[in-house]
Design a protein around this ligand. Structure first.
Ligand code: UDP
Length: 324
């Protein structure tokens, strides 16, 4: 039997590489594409030896050429942390807009089903809580997050236009805060920042008074939700995330407990347009995909901590240990 073929853009990134693993497990032929601006080949190097895995070093904001047929496309290429948007705002805008247009064009040409990675950021700093898919959002187009938020909103509009005008089979997942192995250590996000600080013996930096909330989903749960959405016949956006909500200060305290660090919390200024609250309403995912998260924050954080500790930056050799 010939294998189904799937293209995963952003395949060397945190989510993209976890998706590559999942589709390899399902015995697909997986083509990962990445320009490696924020992706890292170490996330997929274990797949290079497989005959059903290929890697293309390419920027999807430029015309995409993939030889042969494709059954599915997952568009996951994009910087995804507030620090990245500030450093590479134009690339962030381009990959969400031009990159999405290229992926949709490729899906049309190959007659492939495409799933695009949207985000809870399209809700902005939400005035409706928790956020259902019907909420249109509260976004500042010209703030520091605008380059990401507006590109992703454009992405959804473009995806629905290809669906309605060209009859392309499309899926849209709205991803809420997700964590797990292969998150980038220095992307400035709360979880790698806190764990990195604990491992380096630095104080834990909470922005603002830490009363803002987030709801963190373990990556394996997210991947399962995306898999089910891709296989479903539902073409409107679906929230995938973990509704268990926590303040950032409580989250920092959980990391302090997990790591056993002696350091304390220090408060730093809140970045502009930092959303005050965020929690997905996952009724749709439950009803349509029969999906809900299974991994508790306690278990997910323990797995993620082990991953960060295993990074070369943090392996303490006996000699270094003695000199401490
Ligand atoms: N945050 C923090 N300290 C840090 C990094 C982030 O207090 O060192 C806060 C950030 O201001 C936000 C929350 O943690 O309120 C989650 O930030 P993250 O960048 O992980 O995700 P996002 O803001 O995109 O949800």
């Amino acid at each position: 039997m010939t294998r189904k073929r799937i293209l995963i853009t952003g395949g060397a990134g945190f989510l993209g590489s976890n998706l590559c693993d999942r589709f390899i497990k399902e015995d697909y032929h997986v083509i990962a594409m990445d320009n490696l601006i924020t992706g890292d080949l170490r996330n997929i190097q274990h797949l290079f030896k497989l005959e059903n895995f290929e890697f293309y070093h390419h920027d999807v904001s430029k015309f995409i050429h993939v030889p042969g047929n494709l059954d599915y496309i997952l568009h996951f290429a994009s910087p995804a942390s507030p620090i990245d948007y500030l450093k590479i705002p134009i690339q962030t805008l381009k990959v969400g807009s031009l990159g999405t247009h290229n992926c949709l064009g490729l899906a049309k040409a190959k007659n492939a089903r495409i799933l695009v990675a949207s985000t809870s950021e399209i809700y902005g700093d939400p005035e409706v809580h928790p956020q259902p898919e019907e909420y249109w959002g509260h976004v500042n187009p010209i703030g520091p997050r605008g380059v990401y938020d507006e590109a992703k909103r454009f992405q959804e509009a473009m995806t629905m236009a290809y669906n309605r005008f060209h009859g392309v089979e499309t899926r849209i997942v709205r991803i809420f805060n997700t964590y797990g192995p292969r998150m980038r250590l220095n992307d400035g996000r709360a979880l790698p920042a806190f764990i990195g600080q604990a491992l380096r013996g630095e104080d834990i930096t909470v922005f603002g008074d830490g009363s803002q909330t987030r709801s963190f989903c373990f990556v394996d749960d997210l991947v399962e939700g995306i898999y089910r959405l891709l296989m479903s016949d539902y073409d409107l956006p679906v929230n995938i995330g973990n509704p268990s909500e926590i303040t950032i200060k409580e989250f920092a305290e959980e990391i302090i407990q997990l790591t056993g660090t002696q350091q304390k919390i220090v408060f730093k200024p809140l970045p502009q347009d930092d959303p005050k609250q965020r929690r997905p309403d996952i009724s749709k995912a439950k009803e349509i995909l029969n999906w809900e998260p299974r991994v508790s924050r306690k278990d997910g954080l323990a797995i993620t901590y082990e991953y960060f500790k295993s990074l070369p930056e943090y392996i303490i050799t006996p000699r270094e240990f003695q000199s401490k």
